[in-house]
Design a binder for this molecule. Structure first.
Ligand SMILES: Nc1ncnc2c1ncn2[C@@H]1O[C@H](COP(=O)(O)OP(=O)(O)OP(=O)(O)O)[C@@H](O)[C@H]1O
Length: 615
């Protein structure tokens, strides 16, 4: 774009000149002193080749080539005319020659004069020439000045042209943006019209929406009132259900006694042991003990579970107590019986056949999940044992059974409120956390003793589940406790014939079991005095025994005839515990009352369900 050739008279006089390299941007380049020959009226042609775009030729100055000399002509020096003698001409010859010579002399004189004249003219001309030369030089100088001026002007014109060109471009850009803007304005105007139409439509819509809003508002307030009504009705219904459910349990008995008889074990079968229990008659809760094949005594229970009954069967009758705990009632579940009759099997069970402890907690969490929209529950668990009338916290690691452990005391902190300061209460949210706590307790019990089985038979193992409930509808709060107690073995002193430390242990066990029997019996007979303070165990459970509280006792027995006296002891204990509450006279009343309440409960359940749906 910036490199080009110049041709004059079709002859390249400038080759590949780089204008930018020479003068830079926007500045004119002067190419001078190019020579050519113009013949006659042939004309002068100047051509630039290789340019791109529209460069400007600011001007062309043409001048005639000046001659190298000033025009003075050098003439040869004139020589003098030769004499006749010198020419070898003889006198004799020649007046002719003399005349010729004279003529030549005259010519010579004449030419000499002419020459002098010419010289003079030449001198004049020379002076004229010098004058003209000077004038010419001055003219040349002013011409050069003019040329420079012209060049400057041209440059100025060039830069002006360049600026104008820029302005023209700018202007065309402006025009095109103006065109764009006009087009956009047109579109915007159209959009504005459309938006105005839309706005109008929306305005109309808004009126409709406002109307709809007020309708919805009134519907909502109506629904809220309805909801509030339903909430009240639901709360009342739930309360009614709770009361009815409790009534049903009360009618069944706040103190209930189940009997569970373990199967004969392999050694007993191998030794051909005979059975002392007649399970045929046990179906209605009556249990007949035979001796040497003949019926000896009959006992009555709320339920009897024979050797065939599995953990699921047993738990079916225990599950309602879980509901009671979440309804805010205290519940105590005990397993009583001599060593090896299955107390731990009933309460703890095995990994394949979980016992009451695990299943009750599982049921608690199931109901909590079921009720989660209406109630919030907070569950914590403590595990402790009573050994030789001392309390030991099994969730505190490193404690030894008995005296070596940190002494725990039972303190009364309010009317009918007892508390064990310092007892660990592990907060649990689900079954896996519960299981971890139960395992920790079991391990601590095993680790703390020299002979785990011996020790576990001689201490009461207690799990306490503390439940804090909050009704999300009316903010009502409940606090209740579920005690799960695997009692120490109920061997008689006479049978074991023990002495020393073991005798003390046995006496302590018997004293506390007897105190428990006394308390439950006093509660069952509604005695004015309940001897809670006679043992650590009853003192500890004081708040959860009697009143609205529910008590369930599993009497564990062995079917082996050789254990007959121990079995009878346990069954007598059961009779004492059952008291008169579920005597034969009451049973008649129970059936009709129960039926009536069962119907009411069913109806209430359906009411609650339909209210739930409505909500
Ligand atoms: N209903 C049952 N079905 C099957 N096995 C049982 C049953 N009850 C007890 N057993 C078995 O009998 C044995 C003794 O049971 P368990 O240890 O529960 O008795 P215990 O009364 O707790 O004894 P201890 O007082 O020594 O703790 C265990 O091996 C247990 O698995």
């Amino acid at each position: 774009m910036r490199v080009f050739d110049v041709f004059i008279q079709e002859q390249k006089v400038v080759s590949c000149i780089d204008i930018f390299a020479r003068v830079g941007a926007n500045r004119p380049l002067v190419i001078s002193d190019l020579k050519t020959f113009v013949d006659g009226d042939e004309g002068l042609s100047i051509r630039v080749e290789g340019v791109v775009g529209s460069p400007i030729v600011c001007g062309i100055s043409i001048r005639k080539d000046s001659p190298s000399n000033s025009g003075e002509v050098e003439l040869p020096e004139l020589m003098g005319v030769p004499q006749m003698q010198e020419c070898g001409i003889k006198e004799s010859d020649d007046c002719e020659v003399a005349r010729e010579l004279q003529k030549l002399q005259r010519d010579y004189e004449f030419q000499k004069k002419e020459l002098a004249e010419t010289k003079r003219v030449l001198e004049v001309l020379k002076r004229d020439n010098q004058l003209k030369s000077r004038e010419c030089k001055e003219a040349w100088k002013s011409l050069q000045d003019l040329q420079n001026e012209l060049m400057r002007k041209s440059m100025h014109v060039g830069s002006l042209a360049f600026a104008i060109e820029g302005q023209v471009k700018e202007k065309s850009r402006w025009f095109s943006s103006l065109r764009d803007l006009t087009r956009k304005l047109k579109i915007m105007k159209m959009e504005h019209i459309k938006l105005s139409e839309d706005a109008l439509a929306y305005k109309k819509c808004l009126v409709d929406i406002n109307e709809m809003g007020s309708t919805i508002q009134s519907t909502i307030s109506h629904q809220v009132n309805l909801h509030e009504d339903l909430k009240i009705k639901f709360t009342e219904g739930a309360k009614e259900r709770k009361e009815l459910y409790n009534k049903v349990l009360e009618l069944k008995g706040n103190i209930r006694v189940f009997c569970r008889c373990r199967p004969l074990n392999t050694e007993e079968i191998a030794s051909g042991a005979s059975m002392t229990i007649d399970f045929e008659s046990a179906r209605d809760g009556e249990l007949t003990v035979k001796s040497n094949g003949a019926p000896r005594k009959t006992f009555r229970f709320d339920a009897v579970f024979g050797p065939q009954a599995d953990q699921v069967d047993v738990f079916q009758d225990t599950a309602p107590f879980a509901t009671s705990v979440l309804d805010g009632y205290n519940v105590c579940i005990f397993a009583y019986g001599q060593t090896g009759t299955g107390k731990t099997f009933t309460m703890e069970g095995t990994e394949e056949a979980r016992g009451v402890n695990f299943r009750t907690l599982e049921e608690l969490f199931r109901i909590i999940k079921e009720r989660q929209k209406l109630f919030r529950y907070d569950i914590s668990v403590s595990v402790l044992e009573v050994y030789n009338e001392h309390l030991r916290d099994l969730l505190v690691s490193g404690t030894q059974p008995g005296a070596a452990a940190k002494r725990l005391e039972i303190r009364q902190v309010g009317e009918g409120v007892h508390h064990v300061p310092g007892l660990v209460e592990a907060h649990v949210n689900n079954m896996s956390e519960v299981w971890e706590v139960l395992q920790t307790g079991s391990n601590a019990r095993a680790v703390g003793s020299t002979n785990a089985n011996e020790h576990s038979s001689r201490s009461h193992c207690i799990h306490c589940v503390m439940v804090k409930g909050e009704n999300l509808l009316n903010g009502e709060c409940t606090r209740s406790k579920l005690w799960l107690v695997d009692l120490a073995g109920s061997e008689r002193v006479a049978k074991t014939e023990v002495q020393g430390e073991r005798l003390k242990e046995t006496q302590n066990i018997n004293r506390s079991l007897s105190a428990l029997g006394d308390v439950i019996s006093a509660l069952a007979t509604k005695s004015p005095h309940i001897p809670f303070r006679n043992s650590k165990l009853t003192h500890l459970l004081q708040d959860s025994l009697g009143g609205d509280s529910k008590t369930l006792m599993f009497i564990q027995i062995s079917p082996n005839e050789s254990d007959l006296s121990e079995t009878l002891c346990s069954l007598n204990f059961a009779s004492r515990v059952r008291g008169i509450e579920l005597g034969p006279a009451k049973k008649q009343l129970d059936t009709t009352e129960l039926l009536k309440y069962k119907q009411t409960v069913e109806k209430t359940k359906q009411d609650i369900k339909s209210k739930d749906c409505a909500n």
